[in-house]
Every structure is written in C-alpha cells, then in structure tokens.
Ligand binder design. Sequence first.
Ligand code: NAD
Length: 238
Amino acid sequence: MSIVIVTGAGSGIGRAVAQNLAAQGYQVVINDFNGDAAKAVAAETGGLAVQGDVSNEADVTRMVAECTSAYGAPTHLVNNAGHVHQARFTDLTAADFDKMIAVHLRGTFLCTHAVLPAMIAAGKGCVVNMASQLGQIGGIELVHYSAAKAGIIGMTKALAREVSTQGVRVNAVAPGPINTPLVRALSDDWRAAKAAELPLGRFGEPEDVAETVAFLCSDAAKIYVGQTLSPNSGDVML
Ligand code: NAD
C-alpha cells in the first residue's frame, strides 16, 4: 500500500497533488499550517488532516506519528509547504530571511529526516521536494525565496546520492508560474506581463504540477534520482 504525506496540502499545488494521489489509491495525509484548509482537503480526498508547521520539529514528529498510527509508516513524502514574500534585498530583514529558510529549507529537512529511517528500513521510499524555477534562475525582490529554493535543489541532489542505493528515490520539481492563491496575490499587471512572455502563453494549473509529482512518485520514474523536473510553460529551458 502507498502512504503519502503531502505538506501544505490545504491549497493550490499541494491540494492538487493530494487529489491526484488519492484518486490513484494512495492513503493521503493532508498537512497544512491552516487546520481548516487541511480538514477541507481531507474531506475531499478521504485522507487524514494533520495541522502543523513544517518548520516546527515537534509538529513534524506528531504528523509522522499520526500518519503511522492511522495508515502505517509513509512510503512517500511530498515536501510542498511554502510561502512567498517580496522585498528589495536592501529592505529584507533577517527575520524575513530566517522565516523563508525555516519554512522551505528547514521544513524540507525536518519532514524528510522524520520519514527516512522507516523508508531505509523498508528498502523503498520516495521523496519529492517542491522547488521553483526561481531556485534555478533567481528572481528580483525574491533573494530569500530563490536562495531557499536553490537550497532545496541542492539538498535533493545530495540526499539522492546518499540514499538511492538503499531504495529511496529523492527528486525535485521546479514549477514556473502556476495559477494558485500564491500567484493570484501578485498584481494583475505582473501576471499579464508574465503570461505574455511565456512560450506557452499561459500559466500552468496546480493539476499540471500534480501530474509531474505523481510521475516522480510512481514506479515509472524508477531511474529518476536527484532530478529536478520543470512544469513551467517553457519559461526556463535548461
Ligand atoms: P498556496 O499558497 O496555494 O499553498 C501553500 C500552502 O502551504 C498553504 O495552504 C499554506 O497554509 C501552507 N503552508 C505555508 N507555510 C506552512 C508551514 N510552515 N507548514 C505547513 N503548511 C504551510 O501556494 P502554492 O502556489 O500551491 O505553492 C505550493 C508550493 O509550490 C510552495 O512551496 C511554492 O513555493 C511552490 N511553487 C509555487 C509556484 C506558483 O507559481 N504557484 C511556482 C513555483 C513553486
């Protein structure tokens, strides 16, 4: 049986990932900082809602314990929780920087650290980390976000090298602009200009990214190790 924890699954991409994997028969644990949102998606997917902050070690320990007691040890982990904040570098505070690194990088570290021993013991497991194309190319007024996402790509590669021979595959996804509340919070002008410069001419939808995550979670991706896949409307071509 496949058992997946999806972090930040109360909205946007994480919600679409949870819906996709639940439809394939995975047991899904819906984590979100926003407990009501987690409950709503758990009701849609038949999953288990676990409110918690991925950057808080006690919350992460409890989340994995609740998953294990309800379904068994997670076979899959999707580190998706994230937030965005924009500011010129000179206006960024150390607190802004620390929060960004805590949610994205420390959160990915803590959740992965909590599930990996059981995956290694089972000789099988899969971790998918949500990066961003901004971790590959950088974004103006997004130095802290870009640094956190680049860190996630580096963590993915290093951990993939370390654990792939023990049966655990670790990969990342680096989406371009995706139509979620996170992006809808940006100005209409920004979104119109951005869509116009995309080779595809439009943003992706959360379900498009969920397809990429679902592929990486599947046995069809058995030789994908330490890779970063790019559902990005052609915005970045590496
Ligand atoms: P979203 O705002 O719709 O969803 C993010 C969810 O994460 C929210 O429900 C939020 O409550 C939750 N969350 C935030 N901090 C948390 C924490 N500390 N612990 C637990 N949950 C927390 O955003 P989205 O667009 O679906 O983004 C999902 C992921 O995809 C993020 O990591 C984001 O950086 C990444 N991403 C998004 C885009 C895009 O264009 N939307 C592009 C590239 C990467």
